[in-house]
Write a protein that binds this ligand. Sequence first.
Ligand code: ZN
Length: 142
Amino acid sequence: MSLEELYKEVILDHYRTPRNKGRVDPHDVALERNNPLCGDEIELFLKFDGETIQGIGFEGKGCSISQASASMMTEKIKGLTVKNAGELSESIKRMMAGEEEGDLNALGDLVSLKGVVKYPVRIKCALLGWNTLAEALQESSS
Ligand code: ZN
């Protein structure tokens, strides 16, 4: 199996069996964003315990990349501090812009998003969840 095929499998797995799908109630922040180019929608719910992201969930619809990326994000972000989550989202954005290779061990399933870098039109799909997260974190700290 080529690396690209493996990445596709990981994306399809998250698309078919999304992690942390659904509202978090009660939540501290809820934010909805969409990617009109593709018709993807994400609504993100965050619950904080001090500086830690204690709960995270999402609702959404759209292409497999947008939904799989959101699923991977929630899995990775849950339990992180707001600061670390913000740093990770910046790192993913740099990786998707081709500016950074990304740490394969630290990224886990997120590495599969690298396969998308070759398809510029899809990068907005992959980043929808991450951009929503970054905005939600800013909202929570203001
Ligand atoms: Zn899409």
